[in-house]
Ligand binder design. Structure first.
Ligand code: GLU
Length: 551
């Protein structure tokens, strides 16, 4: 009896690896093309770190005319949740980071290198496990979970490295006859890799992000096929990334220490290893302590948070690029009107340790991103968000024609307004422009310098009677406010007032403030001329009447 007999006994009806090697030919891409992937587990939670990785992967594939695919790693079926794949697919879609290949819904996929869901690749893993067994590089292990636990306990008492390796790897020294006999006796088993490594030897690894790192060789006989017939992450990673033609494995740096094992697996399987780029996690400053963004403690760790808050996808992506490459900020400053797709991302410029996530900065990026949008875009995105999260805002935005005018205020010019950071800000931001909201509620009127009720009443009444004309252009409109100020004993210019304060009651700016506060109940608004244009005479009149009534 030899290894071949053992392999056939364990996997009698399994295709030879040559079948898969032919079925999935090497990809025919131009030199330097990066093939990379996002390989999440469908646990019902897409972490912002996953989006970060996908964004980087998508960009690198785009920049090199390569391929970005989505592989679902569902080999730990205990952790799986319903619609887990859909959540992932939709999150990527929402952020316009769409894979070229991979799962596109819970059950459907596209691309020639599938299945892209690991639970559907059982036969493939078995074929490669069989191939290893045939060469004496893998073996059935009959240790029960209790046996393994006993080994661990002994190692702990003796204070030695835990694991299934060397003398502790009981089953690796069974003869082929013994193994076959146990299988025939119906003993249950799993398949382990027979590691050729030695802990006292070192390997050198060059990581695209982390640079040169030395590790001891792997000597653990890790499980490759579990009792449920599914592979472990390590084995599936080697088989899948080989067959799918991955050139760059871009993943979280919690996997860096597994590199010795992974390189060994690639080597023993006869595969060319990919390049590895281990990304540092996104960190948070928690009372002076730097820690990873935590799924349990930080709502912003979930990708869904950004949608709920209405932080524009493009701002999130732009902010993540900021974190990824420190030269992004300069590029953005020099290329204000380019889209982020035009930024050339460099993996070797990624920071080796984790970057801090800064919500204030993200919201600033949000303000800038929204300021670059047209009124139409702002309208559509705000409306889409409102329909999901805010009925009141939806009602306001149902009036499309008017809303477009509102969003058009101070937009599309050289210095567009930058007062909206996220869609959940919109209601508060534009509410006062809607008569049915504004007029039907008692308002606060924070008048400033001019407080006298009679004076305020006079300014408002006179302005409408004698000075306001909706056909005026901006200059004329402003000249008329000056005229009104002058006629009522206020300085027409601030400068004039400063020079001779005793000659005037106050100045034109103070008169303007009265108009602004009466119109909007705010001291700070975008351009008042544009506001009046959008409101129209009827509304202005009603607002002034209301202000007078509520003096
Ligand atoms: N399923 C693994 C994870 O979610 C993937 C790691 C990788 O990209 O290889 O951590």
């Amino acid at each position: 009896m030899d290894y071949k007999d053992l392999a056939n006994l364990i996997f009698p009806e399994i295709k030879d690896i040559s079948y898969y090697e032919e079925k999935y030919p090497r990809r025919n891409l131009k030199e330097g093309a990066i093939v990379t992937r996002f390989a999440p587990s469908p646990t019902g939670f897409v972490h912002i770190g996953g989006l970060y990785q996908s964004l980087i992967a998508r960009k690198l594939a785009d920049q090199t005319e390569g391929v970005f695919f989505l592989r679902i790693e569902d080999t730990d079926q205990k952790r799986e949740v319903e619609n887990g794949v859909t959540d992932i697919v939709n999150s990527l879609k929402e952020f316009e980071i769409e894979p070229d290949e991979g799962m596109i819904s819970e059950t459907e996929e596209k691309g020639n290198y599938g299945p892209y869901k690991q639970s559907l690749r059982k036969e493939i893993y078995k074929s490669y496990a069989k191939y290893l067994i045939e060469q004496g590089k893998a073996y059935p292990c009959f240790c029960t979970p209790e046996d393994v636990e006993e080994i661990r306990a002994k190692q702990e008492v003796a204070k030695i490295r835990p694991g299934y390796y060397g003398v502790w790897a009981k089953c690796r020294n069974n003869t082929v006859e013994e193994m076959c006999q146990k299988i025939k006796n119906g003993e249950s088993y799993i398949i382990r890799f027979k590691s050729p490594g030695r802990e006292d030897r070192k390997i050198k690894h060059h990581d695209v992000i982390k640079g040169n790192v030395d590790f001891p060789e792997n000597d653990q006989d890790i499980v490759i096929i579990k009792a449920d017939g599914l592979p472990t992450y390590h084995f599936a990673h080697a088989v899948d990334d080989h067959l799918m033609g991955t050139t760059h494995v871009i993943r979280g740096d919690e996997w860096l220490s597994s590199v010795p094992l992974h390189l060994q697996l690639f080597h023993e399987l006869g595969f060319k290893p990919p390049k590895y780029a281990h990304i540092a996690p996104i960190m948070k400053n928690d009372d002076g302590n730097k820690r990873k963004l935590s799924k349990r403690k930080d709502p912003e760790a979930a990708v869904s948070y950004y949608e709920e808050e209405g932080i524009p996808e493009v701002a999130v992506k732009e902010y993540l690029l900021n974190i990824a490459n420190s030269n992004f900020e300069n590029w953005r400053r020099a290329n204000q009107d380019k889209t982020i797709d035009e930024f050339e991302l460099q993996l070797n410029k990624m920071s080796v340790s984790g970057a801090l996530f800064d919500m204030v900065k993200l919201l600033d990026v949000g303000k800038l991103a929204i300021s670059r949008m047209t009124a139409q875009e702002v309208y559509e995105k705000a409306y889409k968000w409102a329909k999901k999260h805010d009925e009141e805002l939806t009602k306001m935005l149902d009036d499309k024609e008017y809303s477009l005018k509102v969003f058009g205020i101070e937009r599309g010019n050289k210095k567009p307004r930058k007062d909206i950071a996220k869609w959940s800000d919109v209601k508060e931001n534009i509410e006062y422009m809607y008569d049915e909201k504004f007029l039907n509620k008692k308002q606060e009127y924070p008048y400033q310098v001019i407080q006298d009720e009679e004076e305020i009443k006079k300014i408002l009444t006179l302005y409408l009677e004698k000075y306001y004309d909706e056909n005026d252009d901006k200059q004329t409109w402003f000249d008329k406010i000056k005229e009104l100020a002058g006629d009522m004993g206020y300085a027409k210019e601030v400068k004039e007032f400063k020079e001779n304060p005793e000659k005037y009651k106050a100045h034109v700016g103070d008169v303007s403030t009265v108009l602004r506060v009466a119109l909007t109940s705010r001291t700070n608004t975008p351009d008042m001329y544009e506001i009046m244009q959008v409101l129209g005479k009827e509304s202005i009149k009603k607002r002034f009447e209301k202000a007078i009534k509520e003096l």
